[in-house]
Design a protein around this ligand. Structure first.
Ligand code: MLC
Length: 509
């Protein structure tokens, strides 16, 4: 187990790799800003002092409601340096979603963009706001630069929280997952060691920064190892493909991490073209299942097998196919060092026989201490210190794990976890709706897509498109049903409980 704080790991990387390029931020396929490790150290110190001057203290929550940008990265790292809690939120969240988060967090400061300021002011008029135009080049953003660039001594312990990331709760209310400095430091060091990330690595960073995948597994690891991050916003298959193919640079990108929906778009783009990707040494896929068929397509397009891995916001990275050993299509790989795994019958809570399927339970230094201000949810998630993942899986005779199903009611679409209950609650509020059921069905583009079966009230003139439009007023676009189907009744069992499997069948036409 690696026992330290995220703060210590980043500050020692900043001094060890002085002069090296830390991040190149790309806009419109051109480098907009390049920042070295020592500049990042100085700027994060200035930002940290700026926040301290605003009386941000250890444990205070600071919301980053910002697009992917260097100022986002600098603020997040500055918060780690002062022991405050960074809370990145998807910049596409709608007003009612944000109202929930801000109520739940009681944040000290909210950093947002000009277009969102009015909404934030209406929701949280008394909370301090900082408005940052992230579309401006980083060097032109100056509000924090006059603060001192030397930091006072601050004590931060491995148990202090550094990050809260929300996940879709199965009850419909998103839950803030607390990740401590110890969790984050362990996870980063574990991944660096398992994937052999070093200062020679150059990552093509195309993921969002508001999830553990893009923030912790990708950004933290590369920065702590002293590598170089080429950061893109937004995701575009053409831009990623060009960046991965470009060998004109002195150091071409040799690491790429993505979700299967990104690979699907990349494969469409690369179709019929032959390229030399031999300089890529690490090509990972996670956040959603990678179908065996897609594993083969990626392997053929890149001339090397992708490395599938699995993680959760609550646990950090759990499983990965080995870097050098056999990579098995359809398997999430073997447990990372320090992680204990059990496969348990969810009814009896006893371990299943070898090879049998059951719920995956985890214990290890990366596992969250719990959900933000949700003691009941936290208690439900753990049994004797074991975290219940809600995923069903099995292990083969060589120790490779397979996720076979889910017992938690969650849809995973394009790597985003969506709570059907949250979407149902919005649709049920709509005038003319009697009841509804929201499920995920298989989809080539998104892995799973959100669909809704709706029973309209008698004589209601409602149209499916009106339901989609209503959802878009209250929910981020990716939560909104791609298909709305009107039905006479929702399939239920004798107890009146909705049979989700039968609802899914309504969409198999
Ligand atoms: C966008 N859309 C989605 C969607 N993303 N719909 C369903 N599921 C998604 N994930 C919608 C848009 O709102 C839009 O809706 C339409 O699809 C077209 O949008 P787009 O421009 O084509 O999509 P884009 O913005 O390019 O986003 C696609 C994507 C993005 C794949 C790049 O979804 C993405 O970044 N996914 C990665 C998520 C991620 O990082 N997860 C990690 C979780 S951490 P409309 O209606 O306007 O047409 C985790 C732990 C671990 O799980 O182990 O990793």
């Amino acid at each position: 187990m690696f026992c330290s704080t995220l703060r210590d790991l980043i500050t020692s990387a900043f001094s060890a790799f002085k002069g090296n390029i830390a991040i190149s931020f790309y806009r419109d396929r051109r480098i907009e800003t390049t920042i070295s490790y020592d500049d990042l150290d100085r700027d994060t110190n200035c930002m940290a002092n700026f926040l301290l001057n605003l009386s941000v203290k250890k444990g205070d929550r600071v919301v980053l409601f910002l697009s992917k940008s260097l100022i986002f990265v600098v603020t997040h790292l500055a918060l780690q340096k002062i022991g405050a809690i960074s809370v990145p939120l998807n910049p596409g969240f709608k007003k009612s979603e944000m109202a929930y988060y801000l109520r739940d967090l009681e944040a000290k400061i909210i950093l947002c963009e000009p277009a969102q300021e009015k909404m934030i002011r209406e929701i949280a008029p008394t909370v301090a706001r900082f408005v940052i135009p992230t579309d401006r080049p980083y060097n032109e953003i100056s509000f924090f630069r006059s603060a001192a660039d030397a930091l006072p001594e601050l004590s931060i312990n491995p148990d202090d929280p550094g990050l809260i990331i929300y996940t879709s709760g199965t009850t419909g209310e998103p839950k803030g997952v607390i990740l401590t400095h110890g969790n984050l430091a362990h996870d980063a060091k574990n991944i660096i060691s398992f994937w052999e990330i070093t200062k020679s690595d150059v990552l093509c960073h195309a993921l969002p920064l508001f999830h553990v995948h893009g923030l912790c597994f990708a950004l933290h690891t590369l920065l702590i190892a002293g590598g170089c991050v080429r950061m893109l916003e937004p995701f575009s298959a053409a831009t990623v493909a060009h960046m991965l193919m470009d060998k004109k640079e002195e150091n071409p990108c040799n690491v790429f991490m993505a979700v299967p929906s990104m690979y699907a778009r990349l494969m469409d783009f690369l179709l019929g073209r032959k390229h030399d990707f031999r300089h890529i040494r690490l090509l990972t896929s996670g956040s959603a299942p990678l179908l065996a068929r897609d594993f083969d397509i990626i392997a053929s397009a890149f001339g090397q097998e992708p490395l599938e891995r699995e993680g959760m916001t609550e646990t950090g990275m759990n499983f990965s196919n080995p870097l050098h050993g056999k990579k098995k299509a359809g398997s999430v790989g073997i447990p990372l060092p320090w992680l204990q795994v059990r496969i348990v019958n969810p009814e009896t809570l006893h371990d299943v026989d070898p090879g049998q399927s059951g719920e995956i339970w985890l214990k290890g230094p990366g596992v969250t201490p719990g959900y933000w201000r949700k003691p009941e949810e936290t208690a439900k998630a753990f049994v004797d210190g074991w975290f219940r993942t809600g995923d069903l899986g099995r292990v083969d005779s060589e120790g490779y794990y397979y996720l076979t199903d889910r017992i938690k009611d969650i849809i995973i679409s394009g790597g985003e976890n969506i709570s059907p209950k949250e979407v149902e609650a919005v649709i049920n509020r709509m005038e003319g709706v009697l009841e509804c059921s929201v499920v995920g069905i298989p989809d080539d583009k998104w892995g799973e897509k959100v669909v809704a079966a709706v029973v309209p009230q008698d004589n209601s003139p409602l149209e499916p498109n009106e339901i989609r439009a209503f959802c878009k007023m209250y929910l981020h676009d990716w939560k909104c049903p791609k298909i709305v189907s009107f039905v006479n009744k929702i399939p239920k069992n004798a107890m009146g409980k909705i049979i989700k499997e039968d609802v899914k069948k309504l969409f198999q036409r």
